[in-house]
Design a protein around this ligand. Structure first.
Ligand code: SF4
Length: 259
């Protein structure tokens, strides 16, 4: 497991990658035409020879890492699969079951999973009481904003079916105006199918591409009305919407949501 320091992922204490590598091939086309690629792929390619001998777009299984969370006694928030998609269509079900088994056994921690393959998540219902399941805003190889909005509607349908104490959306990077999709969902349903949201900008190395502030304000208004807590990633600091900074977590009954 990797402890997250000052420059790490702000919303977790550790990352844990019992599976690694990812076949989704996400890229994002920025408003200026620049195309950014997945940060995990960039990191993996830096250490490719040693840790990712077959490249990042490959599935790696590390059963020796399964016991790692059990060795950390202080309760923490553990992001599962920062260098992978644990629910990727290529991951054998028995490996996912083994990862879930560790989460169940290490019940003093809170585990957060994040996927771009939400159709597979309900297969593992019900999730343990200490597991938060998330999906990221859709992205794929040169996916258009229209295509992503369409995919997001599908993602919401699957997230709705997930039985977990906290479901969340990682809207990072916010690369198209996603609010209309959520408003349309609300026209047909009483509430949104998630209890927490992370919003962030896109980055390419040290270059940060800020989303349109109006998109951020639109989401804040929507989630404010819906009572959904919002967490801003640090890379939003250069955005005009940073004036209304948010670092909120969901309140989970019987457990402190913030470690
Ligand atoms: S799903 Fe995540 S890890 Fe996989 S390519 Fe996309 S951004 Fe990278």
């Amino acid at each position: 497991m990797n402890k997250q320091g000052a420059n790490g992922i702000e919303w977790c204490d550790f990352t844990w990658n019992p599976t690694a590598g990812c076949l989704h091939g996400c890229t994002w086309e920025m408003p200026d035409g620049n195309v950014t690629q997945c940060y995990a792929k960039t990191v993996a390619e830096r250490v490719a020879g040693k840790v990712y001998p077959a490249g990042f777009e490959h599935h790696y299984w590390h059963p020796a890492r399964l016991e790692e969370p059990l060795k950390v006694k202080k309760p923490g928030k553990i992001f599962v699969g920062s260098m992978a998609d644990v629910f990727g269509h290529w991951v054998p079900a028995e490996q996912i079951a083994a990862v879930l088994d560790t989460m169940r056994r290490a019940d003093w921690h809170t585990f957060l999973t994040l996927s771009k393959n939400p159709l597979r998540i309900p297969e593992f219902n019900p999730f343990p009481a200490n597991v938060w399941t998330g999906v990221s805003l859709p992205a794929g190889h040169r996916m258009s904003a229209g295509g992503a909005a369409k995919a997001l509607r599908v993602y919401l349908r699957y997230l709705f079916q997930v039985d977990a104490p906290v479901r969340f959306m990682s809207i990072e990077p916010l690369w198209f105006d996603a609010a209309p999709v959520f408003y349309n969902w609300l026209k047909e349903h009483d509430k949104l199918p998630f209890e927490w949201v992370i919003i962030g900008a896109a980055s390419n190395g040290r270059t940060v591409y800020q989303p349109d502030a109006a998109w951020v304000y639109g989401l804040l208004e929507l989630f404010g009305d819906a009572g959904i807590p919002v967490f801003f990633k640090g890379n939003l600091r250069g955005n005009p919407a940073a004036g209304v900074w948010r670092e909120e977590f969901p309140v989970v009954l019987g457990k402190a949501a913030k470690s």
